[in-house]
Design a protein. Sequence first.
Length: 67
Amino acid sequence: MKVEVQADKCIASGQCVLLSDVVFDQDDEEGIVVLRTSEVPESEQSAVREAERICPARAIRLAGSGG
């Protein structure tokens, strides 16, 4: 599974980082989402699906198998 983010939509809520700090981070200046990896490890797939679901800005998109 792959994940993409649209940083221009991000409102810096940080929910994605709380769910998966393996995949997501926030920049130090504005708190905008930063991807650590676009390839989601199997162990993080459930958390990343949840991050996509709860993102208030809808800035996270899953792609690929299982997405």
